[in-house]
Design a protein around this ligand. Sequence first.
Ligand code: SAM
Length: 272
Amino acid sequence: MKTIEIREFHTPSSGIFFRAGRRLLSERTPFQKIEVYETDSYGRVLFLDGLVQTTEKDEFFYHEMLVHPAMMAHPRPENVLIIGGGDGGALREVLRYPVKSAVLVEIDGRVIEVCRRWFPGLAKSFEDPRAEITVEDGNRYIRETGRRFDVIAVDSSDPVGPSAILHQRSFFAALKRCLRPGGLIVAQAGSPLFHLDPLRKKRRFLKQLFKRALYYYGPAPTYPGGLWGYAFLSDGLDPLQTRRRRPPKKLKYYNIDVHRAAFAAPEFLKER
Ligand code: SAM
C-alpha cells in the first residue's frame, strides 16, 4: 500500500512528519480544513488547517494537563464549561469527576461528528448524560449565557481562524464573568519554546484581569517544541492547595507530584 507523508512545520525549518497508510478524511467546513490520517507511529491523527490537534498515541498528555490541575484545585467543581474541545478529550477528563454538568461549546459541528466516527476513545464522552454539547462560537456563547461555572477550560486551537478571538483580552474579560464565586479558568497557552512573545503578552493582560494568573507546563510530544504551556486563572484559589488528595483512577500522566512540578517555572522561562 502506498504510504503518505504528512508534515507540519513548527518553524520555517523544522517540524514534525508522519508516515500514514491511509487518509481517512479530508474536507473543508465553513471554519477550517479537517483531515484525519491513520499514521504508523501515532495512530489516528486529527489535523485542523494542517496543524496537529490530537493523536491517539499522545493525546492524554495534553487533555490530562489541561483539565486535572483545575479540577483538583477547585474544592467542589459541579458545573464545568469547555470552550472548543470538539475532539471530546478534555470532556472525557472532566467527566471522571462527579460533576453535575459539563457544557462543551464547539464552533464546528463537523469536528464533533468526525471525532465521533474516527476517535471513539475521545468522543465517547459526548454520550455521557451530564454532557451538554452546543455548536456555537464560544466567544458569542459566553456573552449570551446566563449560566455560571466553577471551572472553565479553554481548549482552543492555535490563535488562527475562528480560534484567534479565544486568545484575546476581551474574551478572557467576558469569560471571567461566567465564573461562579471561587471559580477558575484554565486555557491552553501555546509553546514556551516557539510562542514566548505571545505567551508573555497574554500573561500581561491576564495578570490585570486575575489576582492569580499563573502558567504551568507539561509535555506534548506532537505540538511545537514538545513542551506545552497552560494558563491557570483565578482570584483566589491556589493551584498548589489541592484539597483532594487523590485524582481519578486510570490516568496516564497526571498525578499530584506531576501537578506540583508543572507549576515550577523552568529556568529558561524564569528570567523571561
Ligand atoms: N487540543 C488542541 C490543541 O491544543 O491544538 C485543540 C483541540 S480542539 C480540536 C480545538 C477546537 O476549537 C476545534 O475543534 C475548533 O473548531 C474549536 N474552535 C475554534 N475556534 C472556536 C470558537 N471561536 N468557539 C468554539 N470553538 C472553537
